[in-house]
Design a protein around this ligand. Structure first.
Ligand code: UN1
Length: 502
């Protein structure tokens, strides 16, 4: 349905398409060309109010819909995503900018997550356990919570909405979805396909707009029980404050400053492949991007040489062209931030080996393209080694040995992903134990999570929750413990079962 052009799109609330109450709009622009892809409602508190009311009303029936039936919606959705994969890939290269192979991975991740969570419709296990009393039965069950507010980022515009909506739905919650303002068209398609898959009215509502208005109203709304948010650390803290008065459940997936450790015994060719993929894939705009490379001094010079050669050979261009290795970054603010960090790094005394400039010339003039950038001789305390840049910039840090590598890897506020390249199984296991991160890769870069293990991070990357896998069910359900006494008499736990011996 959606095509490029200046079509006007709307919110989807209670099964009806609606403009923003204010009548205001904003445009989605292609980061590769500046071309307008559509006009979207710039929503505010009034629109959120209506969407939450619709979601609340729909919850009455959705929570009572058997979970295997709720799952059927996700099976059909996965099927439709598969059928539309080609169209979605094309749209993603235009609206978000990533290259075709990665756009395909993004859509596939949504398919995988939908199928995995659909399977939960026939599992969603609780526990049964023996009672300490006779003729008494005990079990725990997962209960849906209510209305979920899902605020998603632009960097995985199909995958991350699926990470949030698929588990929320199968667990029996209804949703108000506020997608990133940079990728509203993909979010729109996502909801259209869910609707086509048979999602009942009001179960999923989409409200377009900006964080300060639409997002904030969603986070504060008294009838929204759960907030799931992926974005920056600063916004995550603001979300937590705004949700605190109502004691909402808040799931956060925030920043990263992920490091790859390369030991002297590593397969260097493999390490360089992993670094290029993790540092420059999605133009570095992943929470899991490798923005630090921590290298044993015995292989530092060789690794640096090979990495620079690879970075300089990357073809920069629009994501939809077959031979593009590196697409644009998302918008003007992003490229300004990335470029500002190049100056910060140079001023701090790091050595700029390659990149560090806006890529220009020919078709690149119209978009936001930045050259893959490698800094060397970076001190672990420098800002470029501490702060999330979210662009194709990585910092090489020289270390003397394994212990120093682990110390440097852990010496940041974030704790999302981590990696080590080594052939030494003992070191690999120590790294798996000692790296302070939610994810550790051995002999692979920092990206590439699969949907059936928990995804998330320690320290300032989040607040202890995880997405994906079984862990996601903990975000979208509450436990209820149920006791059934079939003895026909009063039995007092902790009292009537006490025997003289115990
Ligand atoms: C993100 O960067 O926000 O593991 C998500 C990965 C991807 C998901 C990244 N599957 O890098």
């Amino acid at each position: 349905m959606a095509t490029t052009g200046t079509r006007t799109f709307r919110n989807f609330i209670g099964g009806e398409w609606a403009d923003a109450a204010s009548g205001e709009t904003f445009e989605s622009l292609s980061p590769a060309t500046g071309e307008a892809l559509g006009t979207f409602p710039k929503s505010g508190p009034e629109d959120i109010e209506r969407a939450v009311a619709a979601a609340k009303e729909a919850w009455d029936d959705w929570r009572l819909t058997p979970a295997p039936e709720r799952a059927n919606l996700l099976y059909r959705f996965a099927q439709l995503l598969g059928e539309q994969k080609g169209e979605l890939i094309d749209l993603m290269t235009r609206e978000m900018g990533k290259v075709k192979a990665e756009a395909g991975g993004d859509v596939q991740e949504a398919i995988d997550m939908s199928l995995y969570m659909a399977g939960e419709g026939r599992r969603m296990f609780g526990q049964t356990t023996p009672s300490e009393l006779r003729d008494k039965f005990m079990m725990s069950v997962r209960m849906p919570i209510g209305v979920v507010g899902a605020i998603t980022p632009w960097n995985f515009p199909i995958a991350i909405p699926a990470w949030k909506l698929a588990p929320a739905l199968v667990c029996g919650n209804t949703i108000v979805f506020k997608p990133a303002e940079d990728t509203p068209l993909l979010a729109e398609r996502f909801v259209e396909l869910l609707t086509e898959a048979g999602c009942p009215r009001g179960v999923v509502n989409i409200v377009h707009g900006f964080g300060e208005t639409a997002g904030d109203a969603l986070v504060r709304h008294p009838d929204v029980a759960v907030i799931t948010f992926t974005g920056s650390r600063e916004t995550g803290v603001a979300v937590t404050h705004a949700a605190a008065d109502r004691l909402k459940h808040v799931h956060l997936e925030l920043g990263g400053k992920n490091g790859i450790i390369v030991m002297e015994d590593a397969d260097l060719d493999l390490a360089v492949e992993g670094i290029v993929w993790s540092a420059f894939g999605t133009s570095g705009q992943r929470c899991t991007a490798a923005s630090r490379v921590i290298v044993d001094e015995r292989v530092y010079d060789e690794l640096q040489k090979r990495l620079v050669a690879r970075a300089e050979a990357m073809r920069i261009g629009p994501g939809w062209e077959d031979d593009t290795d590196l697409g644009p970054v998302i918008n003007r603010a992003a490229i300004d931030k990335i470029h500002a960090y190049t100056k910060i790094g140079t001023d701090e005394g790091a050595r700029l080996l390659t990149g560090g400039e806006i890529a220009t010339g020919g078709e690149l003039e119209k978009g936001f393209f930045y050259r893959p950038t490698v800094f060397a001789e970076v001190d672990p305390q420098m800002r470029i080694a501490q702060e999330e840049i979210f662009g194709p910039t990585t910092a090489l840090i020289r270390v003397r040995d394994f212990d120093e590598a682990i110390r440097v890897a852990n010496g940041i506020r974030y704790g999302l992903s981590s990696s080590i390249f080594t052939q030494d199984v003992n070191r690999a296991f120590r790294a798996m134990r000692d790296l302070q991160a939610g994810i550790t890769y051995v002999n692979a870069g920092t990206t590439g999570a699969e949907v059936h293990l928990p995804f998330g991070g320690t320290k300032d990357t989040g607040n202890g929750h995880r997405e994906a896998g079984q862990a996601a069910l903990d975000v979208f359900t509450e436990w209820k413990s149920i006791y059934v006494d079939y003895s026909g008499r009063l039995q007092r736990a902790q009292i009537d079962n006490v025997r003289p011996s115990g």
